[in-house]
Design a protein around this ligand. Sequence first.
Ligand code: PFF
Length: 459
Amino acid sequence: MAAIETTHGALAMDATKVHDHWSSRLGFIIAAVGSAVGLGNIWKFPYMVGQSGGAAFVLVYLGCIALIGLPIIIAEWLIGRRGQKNPVNTMAELAKKNGRGRGWMLVGAGGTLAAFLILSFYSVIGGWALSYLAEAGAGSFSGIGKDAAAALFSGLLASPARLLAWHSVFMLLTVGVVAMGVSGGLERATKLLMPALGVILLGMVGYGMTTGSFGAAVDYLFTPDWSKLDSTVVLAALGHAFFTLSLGMGVMIAYGSYLGQDINLVRAAGTVAVADTTIALCAGLAIFPIVFANGLDPASGPGLVFVTLPLAFGKIAGGLVLGVLFFALLIFAALTSSISLLEPVVELLEERTPMGRVASTVVAGVATWALGVAALLSFNAWSEVLIFGQNIFDLLDKLTSKFLLPACGLGAIVFVAWFLDREGVRQDLGLGRAGFSVWNVLARYVAPAGVIAVFWHSL
Ligand code: PFF
């Protein structure tokens, strides 16, 4: 994480001590955007749109971001800032202070568990990106056709050894960054590389305009066919809103725990949501023109990005350099997310066990890596191993996105909106009367009702 001046080593045994703070406001925003923008925007969003039939999903997703995601991101930061500890201790303590039971601790605990589960498969996809960086550098995309692109991807999935190697490299990078706490460097790099990712994505959107299928892609993304909407699609959109904004995982509570009073939570949440959504929509506008121009199936699933983009890099002038640059930036974006996923787990171990920062990071990293191995085997050797009818990868994804994240996010917003002192919350948010009324409606009714309604319907 960026620019935190912590004294974690000294905190190791002491669960009562509070954290130090972010070095600057910008440092916090950069780290929060870094956490939010990642594989979720570029790998997951397009394939979920494709599997859910297009624009109806996109519009519900946008609604979920604005009406549910925004209030919850604010609530999680507010909780973190008040507690100043790891998510579990923070929830326990705030509940106690406000005369509530210890059960609220489950919001922090469930979130931390979700972060652990998500990182295990996130690292596998980070590994795919690493492998594609190597392929791009080796010139494998040059002049590639759609069958060869599909074969390249299925070849990767079929090889446990390659998946394992790349997953391990990605996990090592994540653990290395978190253990060394190279925060200042990471902040500087994020400031430069995130915009660079945006620029290269825009370039790919520009390429999409030349394919002759740009109009079809825009239609697909923004002209809804409401008949495609059912409770599964709505739950998927809600779950993805949580995933992409890094909500319901203790991550934003953990980041908030390093916040001082000087930051405007509402404005910061708006910045994060807009940046995150813009990158996701650009990814959609870059990928679907290629899908339609090449007669590919939008519903083909998690491989969508990895099968489409090489087709573009294989055709355009300078495609080799652009391909390398694109996958390098994607890996960087994935890393600024994966380190944030490891953070709550590490914080918990550090503050609840005698282990220090480095030992906690290594233990958390090894455990996540091991679960990731089970996830990557579900693409090949263990594809027949089903639990509740799902392979391990799908199970981890669905259990977190469709259940744990919305449930923990719901807990966070209900806690802030209903169980904290109202005037204190208003001051924490820096809102006037009118603004606070809007907050109240969203936080007390709209967001919780939205999550509950979607759960209810899906059950
Ligand atoms: N929001 C990240 C993405 O969209 O790639 C993934 C993620 C990071 C999820 C951190 C959750 C989290 F806590």
